[in-house]
Design a protein around this ligand. Structure first.
Ligand code: KIV
Length: 259
């Protein structure tokens, strides 16, 4: 179901969750989440890749479709790294993800040069969320998975980059692993909302990965607060099933099955 992102962006204290499938997307919607991000973090979290650069556009379309068909809140889909080699392929990816039901696309903006990507997608009438700070698709270029904005020059760079993204037509900004004071300064300097992850509480909203926040992913980043312990819950359930079957008390013996 297509629901415009812009409508939801007027809300304060936005809650975004990154997730990739129908089952967990429905849980998010029922819990009151404002926006679902089909992030390319699916590469690490669900598919066992070592980085997000390995996910394909075809895979992102499948996950985007699964989520879009299952919820009525806005869905933002990540443009994968493989589509960022030219403006043409970025635009094609954006159109493809919108066709799968996404309300908007997210683009990682690792440099000032990449700001043009936002404009070229926005010109198609597609809403763009710009992602700055730690941009995992280009982690090698930015010197690894590290906090951004700690040095004055980097802080100033990010503040300028954020403004350029807004001017290029971004509807919203994701700030990943940005020093909280810098994230606050960016938020105050813009008229569009900012959604933080690992960037403190001075942003308009927050985003976390579903599997991390519910404690399902044992490899969640250290800054993530776990609001549940689903790994342990699932493990106990699964162990109970294993024991039941091994003890010869299989499901058929405890549940009467009609002929
Ligand atoms: O891919 C993703 O899930 C993301 C969020 C962590 C912001 O980019």
């Amino acid at each position: 179901m297509f629901t415009p992102l812009a409508k939801s962006l007027t809300k304060v204290s936005q809650v975004w969750v990154s997730t990739y499938d129908a089952l967990t997307a429905r849980i998010c919607e029922e819990a009151g989440v404002d926006v679902i991000l089909v992030g390319d973090s699916v590469a690490n979290v669900y598919l066992g890749f070592s980085s997000t650069v390995q996910i394909s556009l075809e895979a992102m379309k499948i996950f985007t479709g699964a989520v879009s068909r299952s919820v009525s809140i806005p869905v933002v889909a990540d443009i994968p790294f493989e589509s960022t080699h030219s403006l043409d392929s970025i635009k094609r990816a954006a159109v493809g993800l919108i066709k799968e039901g996404a309300s908007a696309v997210k683009l990682e903006i690792p440099s000032k040069e990449a700001v043009d990507w936002i404009m070229s997608v926005a010109e198609l009438g597609i809403e763009v969320v710009a992602h700055i700070g730690l941009t995992p698709q280009t982690f090698m270029k930015i010197g690894g998975y590290k906090k951004r904005g700690k040095e004055k020059s980097d802080a100033q760079y990010l503040i300028k980059l954020a403004k350029l993204c807004e001017n290029a037509g971004a509807s919203c900004l994701v700030l990943e692993m940005v020093k909280p004071e810098v994230a606050g300064e960016i938020t105050e300097s813009l008229s569009i909302p900012t959604i933080g992850i690992g960037s403190g509480s001075n942003t308009t909203g927050q985003v976390l990965v579903f599997a991390d926040l519910v404690g399902l992913n044992p490899d969640a980043p250290p800054f993530v607060k776990k609001f549940a312990n689903c790994y342990q819950e699932a493990l106990s359930g699964c162990k109970a099933f294993v024991e039941t079957v091994k003890e010869g008390k299989g499901e058929a013996k405890v549940t009467k099955i009609a002929d």
